[in-house]
Design a protein. Structure first.
Length: 267
């Protein structure tokens, strides 16, 4: 933990209270919160049950098969949670441009129960301007929140003005196992796209098909442009592939032509 201490001092700023003017957690609490968050990496996220914005029952297991990005919010928050969600929306849009619209899913979970119910979560999503069809806002039962927070390594604490909580995103793999934690009200785009890209490239290698090969090519050809703040295709690999195929095609043509020539008579 000593090696992580300089980073944890910075991360202390990400343990933000939900309303303006409230106190953030202290450095010791910040360090413990990040340690708890990191400790669940590699563990199953659990098959928790929720209600979506239309009151339908949703299980976390319903999202298996693709990577899943999970955030925790509470709807009475008037600054940090909306700001974080809007930043996440921009990051998700950029990640979809880089990796494909249907490559991963997102859920935001309201942890202040029973107040973060389906109606409150729907209103929060509308105010944040979230229209992504692959992003749902979910409400757990009040008595399920402690186990849910424990499984995700999510730390929160009630205060007179709201909550202090660890501002984190959790990336879950296609099998429902926690793969990465991302911290902060904002972050560099590769921190989100990187783990998603790793998970997707691993899935692509499991089954070989034209579609999966093309997905893998797109993933490995997609590079982050820090000047533009977005991902773009790296066309140099396509040039290299074209050159390689051209050489192979030339060799194949030469071999075929040689095989068609009549054998030379012996001298």
């Amino acid at each position: 933990m000593a090696a992580l201490r300089p980073a944890l001092i910075v991360l202390a700023a990400t343990l933000l209270a939900g309303s303006a003017g409230a106190q953030a957690l202290g450095d010791a609490d910040s360090e413990r919160a990040v340690a708890v968050s990191q400790a669940v990496i590699g563990s199953p996220a659990g098959d928790h049950v929720f209600r979506d914005r239309l009151h339908r029952v949703v299980r976390l297991a319903d999202y298996r098969g693709k990577p899943l990005v999970v955030s925790f919010v509470y709807t009475a928050c008037f600054h940090v949670c909306p700001t974080t969600t809007q930043f996440l929306a921009r990051s998700v849009a950029a990640a979809r441009d880089a990796l494909g619209n249907d490559s991963f899913q997102v859920v935001s979970i309201g942890f202040n129960q029973p107040f973060d119910d389906s109606e409150a979560m729907a209103a929060f999503a509308r105010k944040a301007g979230i229209t992504d069809p692959r992003w749902e806002f979910l409400s757990p039962a009040a008595d399920a929140v402690p186990a849910l927070a424990r499984d995700f390594g999510f730390t929160y604490r009630a205060t007179p003005k709201g909550f202090d909580h660890l501002t984190q995103l959790t990336v879950i793999d296609a099998q429902g196992v926690i793969y990465r934690q991302i911290y902060g009200e904002s972050f560099d785009l590769p921190m989100l796209v990187g783990p998603l890209k790793e998970l997707l490239s691993g899935q692509a290698s499991a089954a070989i098909s034209v579609g999966s090969v093309w997905t893998k090519v797109k993933l490995f050809c997609t590079v982050y442009d820090p000047a533009a703040g977005r991902y773009r295709l790296n066309y140099s690999l396509f040039v290299e592939l074209f050159a390689g195929f051209s050489i192979l095609a030339g060799i194949a043509w030469f071999v075929i032509q040689q095989s068609r020539r009549p054998p030379r008579a012996g001298i």
